[in-house]
Design a protein. Structure first.
Length: 154
């Protein structure tokens, strides 16, 4: 009887983990879809003579035929840039994990100094990677805008 209950609870745990992954994937997909609808707004405001409400409408109309392409581009670029930010915070995470194992020494001045230095290095690396990622995202946005404007004018 206990083996049957153990088997059922392990099976339930597998279903719960599968459900968590499904909810995570669905939330990422919805997030990407919402971002893709209004991805071109700031570019439309900068290039065309319109207000924010008109820019939201223009961005939505121009992205509607290319929604799948924009979503795949956002996902692919996100997959490329997220590891850069994880790499940037790796010094702070490494020091924090090393100090977390020995919690009483975390309050020492020396270990606190190491954590502050690692956090400072992480912030500097984040700014560096951000200066690389912003032009990447803006060039992708410009290419998508040009593609959508060519198809709507033709």
């Amino acid at each position: 009887m206990l083996t049957v209950i153990g088997h059922l609870t392990s099976r339930l745990g597998e279903w719960l983990v599968l459900g968590e992954w499904l909810v995570l994937g669905l939330s990422i997909a919805i997030n990407i879809w919402v971002i893709a609808q209004w991805f071109l707004v700031n570019l439309v405001i900068a290039i065309e003579d319109c207000n924010v409400r008109q820019a939201l409408h223009i961005s939505q109309e121009r992205s509607k035929p290319h929604m799948f392409t924009i979503c795949c581009t956002l996902f692919g670029t996100g997959v490329l840039t997220v590891p850069l930010y994880l790499l940037a915070f790796s010094p702070a995470i490494a020091v924090w994990l090393a100090k977390k194992q020995d919690f009483p020494t975390l309050l020492n001045t020396e270990s606190l100094l190491h954590l502050i230095l690692a956090l400072g290095l992480s912030i500097i690396l984040t700014f560096l990677f951000h200066t690389l990622a912003i032009p990447l995202w803006q060039s992708i946005k410009a290419l998508l805008y040009l593609r959508s404007s060519k198809l709507t004018s033709a």
